[in-house]
Write a protein that binds this ligand. Sequence first.
Ligand SMILES: NC(=O)c1ccc[n+]([C@@H]2O[C@H](COP(=O)([O-])OP(=O)(O)OC[C@H]3O[C@@H](n4cnc5c(N)ncnc54)[C@H](O)[C@@H]3O)[C@@H](O)[C@H]2O)c1
Length: 254
Amino acid sequence: MQLRAKRALVIGGGGGGIGRATTEAFGNEGAAVVVADLDPRRAEEAADAVRAAGGTAYPISGDVRSATDIEAMVAGAVEKLGGLDVLVTVVGGQVAFVPAVKLHEMADEDWDTIYEVNLRYVARAVRAALRVFLDQGTGGTIVSVGSVTGFMAAPEQAAYGVMKAGLLSLARTVAAEYARDGIRMNVAAAGAIATAVANATVDAEVVEEIPAGRFGRSEEVAGAVVYLASDAASYITGQQVVLDGGVSVRGPFG
Ligand SMILES: NC(=O)c1ccc[n+]([C@@H]2O[C@H](COP(=O)([O-])OP(=O)(O)OC[C@H]3O[C@@H](n4cnc5c(N)ncnc54)[C@H](O)[C@@H]3O)[C@@H](O)[C@H]2O)c1
């Protein structure tokens, strides 16, 4: 029960991968959760799963590309939960939204889409959550799901890497500006996680390059998100926890 009595909003929490695993983990750890997703059915199913396990969850639908929807998601969570202690941002990616191409072939509108669904909405949601946290005066935690592409080159996914790098920059600024208000922000940076998108786009041979010898599981990312959101991580802020089975620390020799 690492999140007992915490009130949490998980944006993108309805998905079959990291989002759903995070929503369920939050429910299991005692948090009351508002699960927001573009697809209302996914949000409802995730909330149902939390409730079936004895937890508290409410579905809400919204599009992170809309500034109005972001405000409504945060306001809706505050209304349903009677306040907010934790914000988790999950939505992101490149190939789920636009094609993977080399930089010289990338269209402006595709770059903008990747910005909208990976970084711009996070900045908006963080801003809205900060206002709630400061108003409540009881602190708060923010965890964003990032990627190793934020600090390792990802050929054909330049925009994605840039936006994921931006999440860490945002977390560092939140750390510096709001630590004394009891507000923390961290990033859970995932490597190759066995989700529908990764299964469809990551070659099976890649597994050979992973020191762990396998893809990660969504539940393993969710575990880190729970930890970072919990009081057990009360002195950790502005950091990135990397969940990649050792990919980013393995050199090319030996
Ligand atoms: N899968 C991987 O291997 C991997 C690796 C590194 C990082 N990540 C990151 O993990 C996060 C989750 O990825 P995932 O593949 O597990 O996805 P997921 O299965 O958790 O699904 C994400 C959810 O976001 C929702 N969504 C999509 N567009 C939306 C919008 N405009 N507004 C609101 N909701 C929207 C989808 O409906 C879906 O339910 C992303 O930020 C991704 O970059 C994934």
